[in-house]
Ligand binder design. Sequence first.
Ligand SMILES: NC(=O)c1ccc[n+]([C@@H]2O[C@H](COP(=O)([O-])OP(=O)(O)OC[C@H]3O[C@@H](n4cnc5c(N)ncnc54)[C@H](O)[C@@H]3O)[C@@H](O)[C@H]2O)c1
Length: 360
Amino acid sequence: MTVRFGVVGCGVIHGTHADALCSIEGAKLTAFTDVVPERAKAAAERYGALAASTLDEMLDHVDAVCVCVPSGSHSGIAVQAARAGKHVLSEKPIDVNMQAAWAMVQECERSGVKLGVVSQHRFAKDIRSLRDAAQAGALGPLVAGDCYNKWYRTQAYYDSGDWRGTWKLDGGGCLMNQGVHYVDMIQWIMGGVRSVQATVRTVAHERIEVEDMANALVEYRNGAIGVIQGSTATYPGLAERLEVHGKWGTAVIEADRFKVWDVDPAAAQAGFYGHGVLKQPAPNLAVVSAPSGATSSDPSAVWAEQHRLQIEDFTKAILDDRDPAITGRDALKPLEVILAIYESARQGGRRVELAADRFP
Ligand SMILES: NC(=O)c1ccc[n+]([C@@H]2O[C@H](COP(=O)([O-])OP(=O)(O)OC[C@H]3O[C@@H](n4cnc5c(N)ncnc54)[C@H](O)[C@@H]3O)[C@@H](O)[C@H]2O)c1
């Protein structure tokens, strides 16, 4: 059986989805649509697919949609597709507020369709290994988890689309758009966030409503503490970084690769893995296959391969009638953390707690 996919929104990210769909067994790239018809036509010509003039028209030709429109429009498109019985793979973040995101999850569940949300770094081999190792106790009880996403975006970037840097459609700045990836990684690795205390600012850009600098103190559900830092104002932009500390050791990931894996050798006696830098931890742990043909000097190739792995998993989830690796419910978590950071900052840095089981 083949899953026919349509891509909604033909801007920056649509080609990553389209290229991936062309290479995935069991997937067929069938149609594009965009509110700017020329963009859908250009993509349709490039990929030999149909250019649909509306989402409704596209839905008649597909089994699943990739939602590649501005973030604050994800839910509306997803709900419409789900009501038509189509599976939904949305770009990150799931949407920009909890109400819209929850509506998306509920409608997909009610309609019996799959909902996946892109968080492609979860498919990086080293990040997956770290998550499995940390949760299995290989670093000892976790005591701290830090996430640094200090990037740089020019004013021209924000001026390149009228939705960028707006609360309504971008939903936030350096955390909601760029930082959401590694916020998801740290909350996933540490096992969930309990509370945040934050300061956010707009320090370097003009004509944006949202933050370009954010600092938060975090407490995780397991009692560990840490920091989340995001920026799009830190020229020239540093590699994104995760630092995870257990009682017996430290792991550092930079740009999705291990920089440090160092566990006290005495802990090895307790059955945990040994000492050293840049060693693979716990080699028997199951990991998703490494991005092939990708190099560290070409991060876009690595990310495209991670996207491909996630879209492949989503296709298989439909064909095998199972949950995708990253569900809509999974994607509520980083959104909730980021919204709590904004709320804390609005309240002058007050501690904001995240409810443990907010969603039934
Ligand atoms: N996973 C990643 O690494 C990654 C990278 C880039 C972008 N994204 C996400 O992808 C989404 C799109 O980002 P982008 O940079 O491609 O934006 P973009 O502005 O380049 O493209 C968006 C496209 O959607 C179209 N569009 C807008 N509203 C529409 C609607 N209601 N129906 C149909 N088409 C509509 C626009 O005309 C435009 O062509 C965002 O949510 C962003 O966060 C994810």
